[in-house]
Design a protein around this ligand. Structure first.
Ligand code: ZN
Length: 133
């Protein structure tokens, strides 16, 4: 594991939260992107060595839609950068962490991503991400 690559925050209204986080962080988002496979719209802000990812559901049945309905807005996941996502996924599975999917897949911000279930990680959804070169 390398650094905390970003913190994902579920929001109800991306436009309103972009305005809010632009004030908070005193900068504009450097990227906005929809991820069709996750039915989510995202925006990214730099925050020193790490980033903030805002996530808005595009469908009530999406993972973010369900999260917001159940828990409201707030921290949705913590993402760690890894150099070799396949190796790290295997290592964590062997340690007993519960994988959410089979294989890493393409996520936002030009990354391969993989998630571990909050049931196995003290209630925090954990994302591993590796930059696609
Ligand atoms: Zn993320």
């Amino acid at each position: 594991m390398q650094k905390v690559e970003h913190i994902g925050i579920a929001v109800k209204n991306l436009a309103a939260s972009n305005t809010l986080f632009s004030k908070l962080l005193n900068q504009q988002p450097y990227k906005q992107e929809s991820v069709a496979s996750e039915q989510v719209a995202t925006s990214f802000f730099h925050a020193g060595e790490t980033k903030i990812e805002l996530l808005e559901s595009q469908n009530p049945e999406s993972a973010i839609g369900k999260f917001i309905e159940k828990k409201g807005e707030g921290i949705h996941h913590i993402a760690f950068a890894v150099a070799d996502i396949d190796a790290e996924v295997e290592r964590l599975k062997a340690e007993g962490f519960i994988a959410i999917s089979d294989k890493p897949k393409q996520g936002a911000d030009n990354k391969l991503v993989f998630f571990f279930h909050p049931k196995s990680t003290n209630g925090i959804l954990i994302e591993l991400c590796q930059e696609i070169i």
